[in-house]
Design a protein around this ligand. Structure first.
Ligand code: MG
Length: 457
């Protein structure tokens, strides 16, 4: 296993997040900027989503960066994958995206991006945290302070970059509905799908950090208006993004929400039919992802839970000369290594157009042909998560166990994952089987093993 998980104090799985004015303040943003500048060489690219606090936090972060002697390019409002694309295209030495992704409007945060466009890995983040906590910053003299350039037009290079991944106007007049959720994908996905030959209808397509139409998490309830637009316009599908557009979720032609694991499997199947190699996914993914890979002459490789582990493992494999064809998380975050090693919502939407144009069947019928899978997911509060993991390991010693992240128990007719949270007193349990009853029985069996350790508090 090439990827190991490290617990950090400030940075979670996808950056720093917190409530604005409480945990997420200009002071913290300034220190993140100063730490990033201290660890980087060259120009730092800074972007933000549409949140009302974005400008204030970006200003503070940029100030911190420039004080260390690094120059800043302010890319304005753009999706996280657009900043990641520009990192390599523009040759920046580092990047920072001011975003709280799917969190409500009162939140904001920072995702730190490496020069290669991937989210910063654990080792560097620990060094960054160390500098933030110790206020250990490089301090440039008066004649060495960095300066700022504004380049909000560069998001258009990302739009062109995605469009160029496809052979011409593949949409062929296909009607599609897009819900950017008042986020930065207002600038990208509708334009990309139109350039690919689609007839595009939009909803919540004016940038607004108060998110008046729906919350940044593209939940089933939040997408009711998109479903209505799909039905009313006769669209082949509807697509919605989270607050920074690294994820994409879909509703089918009847307006029904497509399960994100089905979305992963469908696009995986489409890609694996024409390209052979490795698919990378976290251990929390449905067995269907492994089955689809194998049925199409590819193999799966598992990582700890978190998109950054998936993306970095894909990059490692590619660097070692392995053909890496696809990766993803199972929450609408999919990674297309032929384009870049990060989750990319607009690429996902464009790939769905390509897939439907090629398959020539409605999205609902493609989803219906996927193998059945029944999943039970629970969080269980406990004071002793590690004791629970030891108990599970002992109880299931006779089964095939995988310790990539927590304990995954693999059986012929299903699997289960028990993971301890790094930040909260709880364990997460996922159980899946092709048969609903068997999933229930397996879940109850695991709960009986866990229960003596759980307490009410
Ligand atoms: Mg996101």
């Amino acid at each position: 296993m090439g990827v190991r998980k490290v617990e950090k104090r400030l940075f979670g799985t996808n950056g720093v997040r917190g409530i604005v004015g409480k945990d997420m303040t200009p002071d913290l943003a300034l220190r993140i900027g100063a730490a990033l500048g201290s660890l980087s060489d060259g120009v730092i690219g800074v972007g933000r989503d549409t949140r009302t606090s974005g400008e204030a936090l970006a200003s503070a972060l940029k100030g911190g960066v420039m004080a260390t002697g690094c120059d800043v390019v302010d890319l304005g409002i753009l999706p996280t994958p657009a900043l990641q694309y520009l990192m390599r295209q523009q040759g920046y030495g580092g990047g920072a995206m001011i975003t709280a992704s799917h969190n409500p409007p009162e939140y904001n945060g920072v995702k730190v991006i490496d020069a290669d466009g991937t989210e910063m890995g654990d080792e560097k983040l620990l060094a960054l945290e160390e500098r933030i906590f110790n206020r250990d910053f490089r301090s440039a003299p008066w004649n060495g302070v960095g300066s700022e350039t504004s380049a909000p037009h560069l998001v258009q290079d990302y739009v062109r970059g995605v469009v160029e991944q496809f052979p011409g106007p593949i949409g062929g007049g296909m009607t599609v509905a897009v819900d950017p959720g008042s986020g930065p994908s207002c600038l990208t996905t509708p334009a990309i799908l139109a350039a690919l030959g689609c007839r595009v209808f939009t909803i919540h397509a004016q940038m607004d950090g108060r998110f008046p139409g729906r919350m940044p998490e593209p939940s089933v309830e939040g997408l009711a208006a998109l479903s209505e637009l799909v039905r009313g316009s006769g669209a082949a599908f509807g697509v919605a993004h989270d607050g920074d557009a690294d994820r994409a979720v879909f509703v089918d032609e009847s307006g029904r929400f497509v399960d994100e694991m089905d979305e992963f499997a469908l696009i995986e199947q489409f890609i694996c039919r024409s390209r052979k190699g490795v698919v990378v996914a976290p251990v929390s993914c449905s067995r269907m992802i492994e089955d689809v890979a194998e049925q199409n002459g590819c193999r799966i490789e598992y990582t700890p839970v978190g998109s950054v582990y998936v993306a970095r493992r894909m990059r490692e494999l590619a660097a070692a000369g392995e053909p890496v064809v696809f990766g993803g998380e199972g929450n609408g975050g999919l990674i297309f290594p032929s384009f870049q090693f990060c989750r990319d919502g607009a690429m996902t939407a464009a790939m769905m157009v390509h897939l439907l144009a090629r398959e020539g069947r409605p999205l609902s019928s493609l989803v219906a042909r996927l193998p059945p899978h029944h999943t039970i997911q629970r969080k269980i509060r406990t004071r002793t998560p590690l004791e629970i993991l030891r108990r599970i390991e002992k109880a299931y010693a006779g089964d095939a166990l995988d310790f990539t992240d927590g304990i995954r128990i693999v059986r012929d007719d299903g699997w289960a994952l028990v993971r301890a949270s790094g930040t909260e007193p709880l364990v997460r349990v996922i159980v899946e089987s092709g048969d609903e009853e068997r999933a229930k029985r397996f879940y109850e069996e695991i709960i009986r093993c866990i229960e003596p350790e759980t307490g009410q508090f």
